[in-house]
Each structure stands twice: as C-alpha cells, then as structure tokens.
Design a binder for this molecule. Structure first.
Ligand SMILES: [Zn+2]
Ligand SMILES: [Zn+2]
Length: 83
C-alpha cells in the first residue's frame, strides 16, 4: 500500500508568521482574548488572532501580508520597520 504524503513540508514564505494548529488555552498577544479560531497567526513566538496582528504604527493588518517584522515585542509592517 502506498503511503500518502503528508503536507508538513509546505513552505510558508514568511520570516516570522505562520499558521498553526490550535492547542488549548491560547491567548492572543494583541487583545489578550482566548483564541477560538481554528487557526491563529504565530509571530514573535506569540499567538495572534488574524485580525489582531497589525502594524503598531500604521495599523496595517498583517494577516494578509504574509510577512511581519518585530522589534522590542512590537509588530511592524515592512515600511515602518525599515523606517
Ligand atoms: Zn486578539
Ligand atoms: Zn506600518
């Protein structure tokens, strides 16, 4: 019988954000609320609601950006990070 390939090797083109499976007792680093969604965003070793991961300067939502940048625990978009 042939084994199906699992999808663990799918690449995520992002330096610091990725989707993860949800474990129990996950709190959002942005709003502090419990994350009930099936997926959350993982950035700077913390979990975020997709809607809570925003640039702290310009409030650009970063869940659709696929990249985010962190400095001193704050999240920035690319433009503000390099500013
Ligand atoms: Zn949140
Ligand atoms: Zn920004």
């Amino acid at each position: 019988m042939l084994k199906e390939r699992d999808s663990l090797d799918r690449g995520i083109p992002s330096p610091c954000s990725s989707l993860g499976g949800l474990g129990p007792d996950v709190n959002c680093a942005g709003c502090g609320g419990r994350i009930h969604d099936r997926f959350y965003l993982l950035a700077v070793d913390r979990q975020w609601h997709a809607g809570c991961l925003k640039c702290c300067e310009c409030k650009l939502p970063l869940d659709s950006e696929l990249t985010c940048f962190a400095r001193d625990g704050n999240i920035y978009c690319k433009e503000d990070y390099y500013r």
